[in-house]
Design a protein. Structure first.
Length: 184
């Protein structure tokens, strides 16, 4: 059962970046001509399927544990961004209009886009109008992640105690707290 759980978890992780990137975008109207990105395609860069399958096989064969696979996948996903940029430069009929992390606004022929989807570093294609919303969501997530380290203690450190909180809940001074009122 452990292998089944690991395999299922790994498959969830491999698709999570594409799912997260387009989450909440289903209500967009891709036929809207008011959006300046309507004439383009939103491309999400990611590791090629063959590399993802190799990771999955390594887990199934016991060559790699889940933590190692997650780290390897994160590195493959990071490497996919410059690899996709290079592939676009080398492909006639494709050009990058804008990009933010793994989201790219691309102009190009349908044939070149589909070929890159089949053989390259493209995880998914979406209408161009999705790009602005995805970038906004990514920036919000980044801001939230930047705030987390300030709120959480360092690994191995105990959280700082708030002396004001102790005074408010009455744990600071327990003397004379026998249920009777003290004369002041």
């Amino acid at each position: 059962m452990t292998n089944f759980h690991n395999r299922r978890r790994f498959l969830q992780l491999t698709g999570v970046s594409a799912t997260a990137a387009v989450a909440g975008c289903s209500s967009l109207n891709p036929m809207s001509s008011d959006d300046p990105h309507a004439d383009y395609v939103t491309v999400f860069a990611g590791p090629p399927a063959a590399e993802q399958l190799e990771l999955q096989a390594a887990i199934e064969e016991g060559e790699m544990d889940m933590q190692e696979a997650q780290q390897e996948f994160a590195q493959l996903a990071e490497d996919a961004i410059p690899n996709f940029e290079q592939a676009v430069e080398e492909t006639d009929g494709l050009s990058i209009v804008e990009n933010h992390e793994q989201a790219f606004l691309v102009d190009g022929s349908p044939e070149a886009l589909v070929d890159e989807l089949k053989h390259g570093y493209v995880e998914s294609l979406s209408p161009g109008v999705v790009y602005s919303t995805v970038v906004e969501q990514m920036e919000q997530q980044q801001q939230q992640q930047e705030q987390l380290p300030e709120e959480l203690p360092e690994e191995g450190e105990a959280p700082e105690e708030d002396p004001e909180a102790d005074e408010e809940d009455g744990t600071e001074d327990q003397e004379g707290d026998d249920g009777t009122e003290d004369d002041e």
